[in-house]
Structure formats: C-alpha cells, structure tokens
Design a protein around this ligand. Structure first.
Ligand code: ADP
Ligand code: MG
Length: 405
C-alpha cells in the first residue's frame, strides 16, 4: 500500500486546482444550516460525476518529519508505518503543538488529524521531566480504540503507556490499568467521568487535553460531561481540538476551553469533492435490495460500507445479505462493545467485505481501502452525508459513493 502523500500522477483526472467550480448545488461552507429541513436534501447534493484529485496528493509540505526534531524512535515508527511526508494539517499544526500552544485543527476527514496531535504529544511526554499526563476525549468507543492503536504503533519500543477508558468494556480492568499510571488516557466522555467520580482517574496532573471530532461530541449531547471533566483539569494546560467542521456550539465550547489558540484551518474544499458520487433510484425496499445485490456482485465493489438508518434495519439487512450470499457484518448501538469491535475488525481485516452501519456508529472511523460507500437510507443532514462518504477516498485514494433516492 502506498501511504505517502507525495504528489502522484493520476492518469485521466484533472489536477486539483484552487478555483474550480464547487460541485453541483453545494453552497460553500453550507454544512448543516438546513438541519430543520431534514429529509429534503436536494438530490444533486448526492451527485459528483467529476471528482477532483484528492488535495493531499498534490500538497507539498513545508516540513519533513525530521524537521520537527522528533525522537529517533518516533522517526523509526513513522518509517514502519510508511509515512513519508506530513499531510497539510500535520505540517501546519505540529510546530505549534510542539511549541506548547493551544491549537484548533480543522481539516477534511481522512486528512491525518490523528497523527497531527498524537506525534507531538508523544514527543512531549517522552521528553518531559514531570509525570504529567494526557487526556484524549473522543465521541465514540471505536474512535478511541483506533487512536490507541495508532498511539501504540507510534510508541513502539518507547515504554509509553495508554489506557482505553470507554463504556461497554469492563470498568474494573480499566481501574486496574489506571493504577499503573499510564501517560495517556483515551476515552469517551461518560466513562471518563465515571472513572473520575470513582476516584480511579485523577486529573490534577493532566496538563494536555485533546478533543477529537469535537463537532460530533456536541451533536451527541456530551457537553455537560465534557464541561465536568474540563473543570477537573489544571487551568495551566495545553488544549487541542480537532474537528472536520466548526459550528457555533463548538466555537462557544472552545472559547471557554482554550487559551489564545492558534487556528489551523486547511479545509481548502468541501469535504468529499474528490469522491465520485451518484444516486440510484429505487421505488420499494425490495427494489433497493435488488439493486444493492447487483452492485455488490460487481468486481470493483471490493470493500463496501453500507449505511442504514435504524439499528434493527441495519441488523436485518446484514442478515438478509449474508443469506443471499454476500457475507456481511453489522455495527450499531444494540450490539455490545466487544461485538461491535469484532464486526469492525473482520471488516478491517477483510474477513468480510461488507459492513452495514448506522451513521453514528461509523463516525470518524478510519478503515483502510473502503472502495464504496452506499447510503441505503438517506442521511438526515448534509453534514451527516459528508461524514458518511468520508469513510471512502481516504489517504489520497479514490472513492465512490452511491445514495438511494
Ligand atoms: P482524520 O482524523 O483527519 O479523519 P486520520 O487521522 O484517521 O484522518 O488519517 C487517515 C488515514 O491517513 C489513516 O489511514 C492514516 O494512517 C493515514 N495517514 C495520516 N497521516 C499520514 C501521512 N503523513 N502519510 C501517510 N498516511 C497518513
Ligand atoms: Mg479523526
């Protein structure tokens, strides 16, 4: 797998240019302004027949990873991961984070925000003389897990430790792990709060805070928990916030949470412009299923993420497809955390090539090489749509999305 973000020639596709036309019907920066008119997203918003080249593939960074002065083990681990150059959000935010500034990083999904905060944090805890710790808060359990995996890959042989504090997993194991004093805690708001209240997680030395996917965290109603957690942190700390979108709600949160932040905004185009998108007409549920199986039979549908609206319909669709000879896994809120993780792992590792998910369950997940996203049920908002299709076309790869209408 070519994981580098160096410019590449993609035959047949136009080079990314700054002033190309926004894709049909899309208001720039339009995000979720029409939230109240859900269910009436204009169908042209699901169509993009002329995708641009992924912008990261043509970005020339200002720094190399070596320029950041990272510890030699970090450099080795970057090489092992196949990272050649920083992505744009990494290029622009890492120097400020290393300088100890508060940073707000806004960039498209799939543009490498995780490493943008994980790498400088590792450098910070490796070189500090104190026992200060880091708290990373994410909206979903899977995302927390994914960040921990990246943290472990980047800290290979460095003797730095992390604990995952998410709901759905045994809390006593987490309490036990916390007693060993990990440098980094990664978790979801509810469980973190729970562990703080039990006295298992102490935050008085937590001088670095990260909020990942902040926009979604507010959508999911975590604000009171987050405020509670933040009130326990030392005032003198470094706070970082990464997000694909910024809404007035997040802006207000950030104003209270960050001190004199540097704003890195590298959303040079609407998220998803590099993803080919089209609609499929189907009148009935049966017709949808028939069209879906037709598509899944095609060779190029290698790794397909299908979005449904409801927990039970997602489960039913996975069972139906499996019965029809298309082995599928489902991930939704009615499954236990280990079940969700197993389903996701089998999809990530290619044991099944079809994953059916609800939008919330799949937010922020980085699953390599998803070739197609299919909206079996339409999303309620344009923002939700952008998040869903952002699961394909990641890390400079092309992607394709279909929406049933
Ligand atoms: P985001 O949080 O912005 O949605 P992720 O941090 O999940 O994006 O990264 C998306 C993908 O890009 C991941 O597979 C990650 O390993 C890969 N990636 C990130 N930075 C680089 C880089 N500098 N070089 C190569 N691949 C990268
Ligand atoms: Mg992310």
């Amino acid at each position: 797998m070519n994981n580098s973000f160096t410019p590449r020639n993609r035959g047949g596709r136009g080079r990314f240019t700054q002033n190309r036309r926004p894709f049909r019907g899309q208001r720039s920066g339009g995000g979720g302004r029409n939230r109240s008119q859900s269910r009436t997203i204009s169908h042209d918003k699901f169509v993009n027949l002329n995708p641009s080249v992924h912008e990261d593939t043509v970005y020339t960074p200002m720094h190399t990873f070596a320029d950041f002065g990272f510890h030699s083990h970090i450099m080795d681990n970057l090489t092992k991961k196949g990272y050649v150059n920083p992505t744009r959000v990494q290029d622009e935010s890492i120097p400020h984070i290393l300088a100890g500034k508060d940073v707000i990083g806004l960039s498209n999904t799939g543009s490498g925000k995780t490493a943008a905060f994980v790498l400088p944090i590792i450098q910070k805890i490796k070189t500090q003389q104190t026992r200060d710790t880091v708290l990373i808060i994410t909206p979903t359990r899977e995302l927390a897990q994914q960040i921990q995996v990246e943290f472990k890959e980047f800290t290979d042989r460095m003797q730095l430790y992390s604990t995952l504090c998410v709901g759905g997993l045994n809390i006593y194991n987490q309490v036990k792990e916390l007693r060993r004093g990990p440098q980094v805690v990664i978790g979801t708001p509810g469980r973190i709060k729970d562990l703080v209240n039990r006295g298992a997680l102490r935050l008085e030395n937590t001088t670095t805070l990260v909020l990942d996917e902040a926009d979604q965290m507010l959508d999911m109603g975590f604000l009171p928990d987050i405020n509670h957690i933040i009130s326990m942190l030392p005032r003198d700390r470094q706070s970082l916030c990464f997000s694909a979108t910024i809404t007035p709600g997040i802006k207000r949160l950030l104003d209270t949470m960050l001190t004199d932040p540097v704003m890195i905004s590298v959303r040079t185009s609407e998220t998803g412009e590099h993803i080919a998108q089209d609609i499929i007409h189907a009148r009935t549920k049966e017709a949808k299923l028939q069209e879906l199986t037709k598509m899944l039979s095609r060779d190029n549908f290698e790794k397909v993420l299908v979005f449904g609206e409801m927990k039970h319909s997602v489960q039913k669709l996975a069972e139906e497809l499996t019965r029809l000879g298309f082995p599928s896994e489902a991930i939704h809120g009615n499954k236990s955390q280990p079940q969700r993780q197993r389903a996701l792992d089998s999809f990530k590792r290619g044991r099944v090539n079809i994953l059916i998910a609800t939008g919330v369950a799949a937010r922020g997940l980085d699953i390599p090489n998803v070739s197609h996203v299919i909206n079996f049920d339409q999303p309620n908002t344009h923002e939700e749509y952008v998040h869903r299709i952002g699961r394909t076309g990641r890390a400079g790869k092309p992607g394709q999305a279909y929406t049933f209408v």
